[in-house]
Design a protein around this ligand. Structure first.
Ligand code: MN
Ligand code: MN
Length: 486
């Protein structure tokens, strides 16, 4: 008898029964084989580079595009029209305005049998500039802003901010801006009141003590030297912007300029088991899904066509022509159909969508012992316990969310269990305390099966979110298994 047998023999009937029946979740740091732990760290290093490279929706899509093109993925729009262009194993992408993107590898089975999709969002909460943002007051110049997504206003004060974005000049030139990322660059900041003067402010509710309108970023203090002009500090800044970017004040109206935290992704903790960074929501899932697609692009042709949907505007309700409520996913599947061997028809498109399966890859609020009264410990997600499956979203009685079918949950559980991918539950806080929505419901509207499934994150929507490296890597393993066997 071996050591394991001895141990089993020593177990009481109750212990054996508990092992058989109870859903206990182990910490993956303890159960992972040594070679996996090495991969976990390497994966974390790659992920930090990806995060630093893509701090806006456009930059993130740019980073995705670069890695796809490096592996020979082709622009679907540039491929010749007509059927027969796509064959099993074709690697393609469809870039929607540089702000969202669908990519995929065509499989052996016909598209009419459905595709496997992983959808994650490239946008993250941030501070957008207004369309006429620059003003001067009290010997200082500011950028006026309108925040994007659900933020706690006060968290975005008194930290270094970088300005990222794109503007279109009157001469038609598209100008990208990225200021505050290199060590030599200047940064911006939203100033807050000193404690000595904050007696009144400190009595206010957190939601009120820094209002949205008060989020003004400090941008300059040095006047343009000319006695004959007014608003000299503002003028001096416009002068600098004109010199550097060729822009004039009106160009702010034709721009998407975003203030994001100026710091880089960092290892967190003595044990370096975590990563602190801006934008884990939801670029951790984008990176995990993309990595799975890149890996599969170097393997044999998949059985079923697989798609990555990297989508914009999730944080403000999936609106607009780059968001999940648009017909972007339908359109890209229609293009795939029209350019594959299937003869295109509306029926075929609807059939393909309705027979498809999706993982809505989005982060989940991890259990935070500092605020334990808000979580149901039985269904909360924990660091180190792997991929989070969130069967239903919504709030106030699941309202406004998505609720995955039991049969589909069973299918995903089966794939994960067979591939030894640790997974855990992940409700969004106690009943009637929290909640939220993802892109899942918009995919479900097309008739496909969809389940929310992602990485646990602490301090979500703050400028410095935290995740566990092993959960990120487990998400990658889970997405890989889904694409292979879904
Ligand atoms: Mn999200
Ligand atoms: Mn979010």
């Amino acid at each position: 008898m071996g050591k394991q047998d001895d141990e089993d023999e020593a177990k009481s009937p109750g212990q054996r029964l508990a092992e058989k029946l109870l859903a206990t979740k182990k910490n993956r740091w303890e159960s992972a084989p040594p070679e996996e732990l090495e991969r976990v760290n390497a994966f974390g290093e790659e992920y930090k580079v990806f995060l630093n490279r893509g701090k806006t929706e456009r930059e993130c899509v740019g980073a995705v595009l670069e890695s796809l093109q490096a592996l020979g993925f082709q622009d679907l729009e540039k491929l010749m029209p007509g059927p027969g262009i796509l064959t099993p194993g074709s690697k393609v992408y469809w870039n929607n305005r540089g702000k969202s993107l669908v990519c995929g590898i065509t499989g052996k089975s016909p598209l009419s049998e459905g595709v496997n999709i992983i959808g994650a969002h490239v946008d993250a909460p941030r501070i957008d500039l207004k369309t006429n943002p620059l003003y001067e007051e009290g010997e200082l110049a500011y950028l006026d802003t309108h925040y994007y997504g659900g933020i706690k206003h006060y968290q975005w004060t008194a930290i270094p901010l970088a300005l990222h974005g794109t503007l279109i000049r009157e001469d038609g030139v598209k100008q990208d801006i990225c200021l505050g990322e290199s060590e030599e660059d200047p940064v911006f900041t939203i100033t807050d009141l000193l404690p000595h003067l904050a007696r009144e402010q400190m009595q206010k509710k957190a939601a009120e003590f820094m209002s949205g309108e008060e989020l003004n970023a400090l941008a300059g203090s040095r006047p343009y030297k000319d006695g004959k002009v007014k608003e000299k500090i503002k003028l001096n800044l416009l002068h600098l912007l004109h010199e550097r970017y060729g822009m004039v004040e009106q160009d702010f109206a034709c721009a998407e300029l975003e203030l994001v935290p100026a710091f880089k992704a960092r290892d967190l903790g003595f044990d370096r088991s975590m990563i602190g960074a801006y934008g884990h929501d939801d670029r951790s899932c984008v990176f995990a899904a993309l990595s799975a697609i890149l890996r599969l692009a170097q393997e044999a042709v998949p059985a079923k066509t697989l798609l990555g949907l990297f989508i914009d505007k999730e944080e403000i309700g999936s609106v607009g022509n780059t968001g999940a409520q648009s017909r972007m996913l339908e359109n890209s599947v229609a293009y795939l159909l029209a350019k594959s061997n299937d003869s295109y028809s509306e029926t075929l498109l609807r059939q393909c969508l309705a027979r498809s399966a999706m993982l809505s890859a989005d982060v989940n609020p991890a259990f935070d012992p500092n605020f334990d009264s808000l979580y149901d410990r039985k269904t909360a997600s924990y660091f180190g316990k792997g991929l989070v499956l969130t069967k239903y979203t919504g709030s106030g009685g699941k309202s406004g969310g998505s609720d995955a079918n039991a049969e589909y949950c069973a299918k995903i559980r089966d794939i994960l269990n067979r591939n030894a991918v640790p997974w855990q539950y992940g409700d969004m806080g106690k009943v009637d305390k929290g909640g939220g929505g993802t892109i899942a419901k918009y995919a479900a509207n097309l008739g496909m099966e969809v389940l929310d499934c992602g990485v646990p994150v602490l301090s979500m929507h703050s400028p410095f979110e935290v995740l566990s490296k092993i959960d990120l890597y487990t998400a990658y393993r889970g997405y890989l298994a889904f694409f292979r066997e879904g």
